[in-house]
Structures are given as C-alpha cells and as structure tokens.
Design a binder for this molecule. Structure first.
Ligand code: ZN
Length: 124
C-alpha cells in the first residue's frame, strides 16, 4: 500500500468515527450534510480573516495619518462647493468666514459708504 493510500484510509477511518459520533448527538438531523456545513464554515472563517486583515491595514494607515498632524489633508479648490456669494462682486466662497474676510479686505469702504447712506436717510 502506498503512502497516499494509507493516508486516505486513515482519513476515511476518522470520518467514519466522526460520523458515528455525530449521529449520537441529540440535535442530529439526518437531512443535514454535516461535512458540507463544516466546509462552508471553514470558507466563511477564511472570508472573515480576509476582512479582518483589510480592516487592520486601514487602521494602520489611519494611525499613520494621525501620527503626522503636520500633513493636513486640504480639499482641492474644485472640491469645495462655493455657496457663499459676495453681494458686492462676483466672488464665491466655501465658508462664511472666507466671505467675511473677503468683504473686510475688498469692500470695507463701500460697506461704510452704504451704512452712512442709511444713517443719512433717517435724518429729517
Ligand atoms: Zn466681493
């Protein structure tokens, strides 16, 4: 008998022993293919291991990014939606703070002009 045949015989013996033991279990169901079910579980475990290692890779990447706070990720100008429109000119900004800064720098004079105009209109 070759070594391969001997190995197969041993495996068959083990399967026979396991099958006998399974049939003695109180929850044993005859229509269930336990060998197939155990293979499914092995495959499912492999898929889970794969997902776990992917998550661990992501965690490592995120920890690297956190460890380097100087490298701040900035959005590109195209990615920012510029919903804050200047009422004095055609400029658009991504935040109220940016728009306010723009107005302070570019339109300070016209703003005070309009304010003084309003003040005058209240005078009788
Ligand atoms: Zn403006």
């Amino acid at each position: 008998m070759s070594q391969e045949e001997l190995q197969n015989e041993n495996i068959n013996k083990i399967i026979t022993i396991i099958n006998k033991a399974i049939k003695k279990c109180p929850l044993y169901e005859q229509q269930q293919n336990y060998l197939l079910e155990s293979r499914k579980i092995v495959l499912f475990n492999e898929a889970l291991k794969d997902q776990i290692s992917k998550c661990q890779d992501e965690i490592r990447l995120l920890q690297k990014e956190l460890a380097q706070p100087s490298k701040k990720l900035r959005r590109k100008a195209i990615e920012i939606s510029k919903k804050y429109k200047c009422s004095n000119c055609e400029k658009n900004y991504g935040s109220e703070a940016s728009l306010n800064l723009h107005c302070k720098i570019k339109h300070t004079f016209s703003e005070t002009d309009s304010k003084t105009q309003i003040d005058h209109s209240f005078q009788i």
